[in-house]
Design a protein around this ligand. Structure first.
Ligand SMILES: [Zn+2]
Length: 154
C-alpha cells in the first residue's frame, strides 16, 4: 500500500470533508473554468468542422455503409417518424427487421431480400396515421397495406 493510499484510507472522511469544503469555497472558479473550457472546445470543434468539410462528409458516407451505421440510420429514422412498437427497444426491432426471413403479412410467404429493388425487398411496415408498427413485409405487401391506409383515411 502506498503512503498516500494508507493516509487516505485512514483519513477518508477528513479528506473528503476537506475536498468538499474546498470545492464549495471555490465553486464559482471551477464553474467558470469549465464553462470557459466548454466554449473553447466548442469553438475548436466548429473550426475543425469548417476546415474539414469534405473529409467529414466522406467519413459519414463510409460510416453509413457499415453495419453499425445502417443500424443507426434505420433506428433513428424509425424514432424520428415516431413509430410505436412492442419491442424492448428500437435496436431489438432492428434485430427483428434483420432476421425476418419471410413476409409477415397474412397469406404471403414471400422470402425477403435485403437491398433489392424487387418485389421481395424487406420493408418495415407501419400505419401512417397511428404510427403503429405492423410487421416486416415484402415490397408488394407494403404497397398494398399503405394503399389500404390511404383508402381508410379518405
Ligand atoms: Zn408479402
Amino acid at each position: 500500500m502506498s503512503t498516500y493510499t494508507s493516509y487516505y484510507s485512514r483519513n477518508k472522511d477528513k479528506v473528503k470533508a476537506k475536498n468538499g469544503t474546498y470545492y464549495e469555497n471555490n465553486k464559482e472558479k471551477y464553474q467558470e473554468y469549465y464553462s470557459k473550457n466548454a466554449e473553447e472546445k466548442k469553438a475548436a470543434q466548429t473550426e475543425y468542422r469548417n476546415t474539414h468539410i469534405e473529409e467529414i462528409a466522406e467519413a459519414a458516407k463510409l460510416y453509413c455503409k457499415t453495419e453499425k451505421g445502417q443500424r443507426r440510420n434505420k433506428t433513428s429514422s424509425w424514432k424520428f417518424k415516431g413509430i410505436t412498437h412492442t419491442f424492448e427497444s428500437y435496436n431489438d426491432l432492428y434485430d427483428h427487421y434483420l432476421t425476418a426471413k419471410q413476409c409477415e403479412e397474412a397469406n404471403c410467404n414471400m422470402t425477403l431480400i435485403d437491398n433489392s429493388f424487387t418485389v421481395n425487398k424487406r420493408v418495415l411496415n407501419y400505419n401512417y396515421k397511428t404510427k403503429e408498427y405492423r410487421g416486416i413485409v415484402c415490397h408488394t405487401c407494403n404497397l398494398k397495406l399503405n394503399k389500404i391506409d390511404r383508402e381508410n383515411e379518405a
